[in-house]
Design a protein around this ligand. Sequence first.
Ligand code: NAD
Length: 252
Amino acid sequence: QKMSCPLKSVLVIGGSGFLGSAIVAELVALNPAPKVAVFDLKIREDTKYPNVSYYTGDLLNSEDMRSAIKSSDATVILHTASPVHGLARDVYMKINVEGTGNIIEVSKEEGIQALVYTSSAGIVFDGDDLINVNESAPFPKIHMDGYNESKAEAEKLILQADDRKGMRTCALRPAGIFGPRDRQCIPGMLTVYYSNQTKFQIGDNLNLFDFTYVGNAVHAHILAAEKLLDSQTVDKVAGEAFFITNGEPIYF
Ligand code: NAD
């Protein structure tokens, strides 16, 4: 059953990517559907939807963003953009931290009511197993890599920017996302499998890793935006971060 949606006009930053385009697909399927727009460095033709406005631009460029917000009449922003895995720390710090700072600044200036940030569960990972932790888990002193460090810094900026009288913000922390159009998680495992690299084991084979189905992550973004705009629920959501998972781990 489709969710109904009180959202009026939503801009999905990174909306041509895996998660962003799945959010767009869900938004346009809502009845009534909000106005939907996408802002992305590169618009992929295979993830384009009818009745969605597409704006090409870099989130490091405030004027690119301002013009997309103005032209789309956006009142809500879902910020899902991030560079791909495996790049240098500087790239992540620049795009995720400086870029998110730009989004916050321009969004406030342009009167955005709610800003939801796609963070990551990896920002609390310190190399040891984390079992049944909640959002009170601290950030590690040293992050696993530049990507997670930048996601943590960006999340802090987002949560600090929450303003109950102005723009409300929250952050969502999915784990490894899988599902239709995943180009990273399952394809990566299949590449290892098809190249026959399966006959080794590192460690005791008991490590845990959390995964999040893309549909659950999509649902979380739409719910978060709705709850930020609702006076009954805003106090529970605004300025907060939430892990997005699929429930208890399943052991075989
Ligand atoms: P993706 O690479 O498929 O999509 C990210 C999109 O952001 C791309 O379309 C890219 O063009 C865009 N982008 C990158 N830099 C940009 C810039 N400077 N300006 C404008 N757009 C830019 O990634 P995804 O897997 O859909 O991830 C979405 C979000 O979820 C990211 O914030 C990521 O950190 C987070 N996340 C992903 C996973 C996962 O397993 N995929 C897990 C946890 C969190």
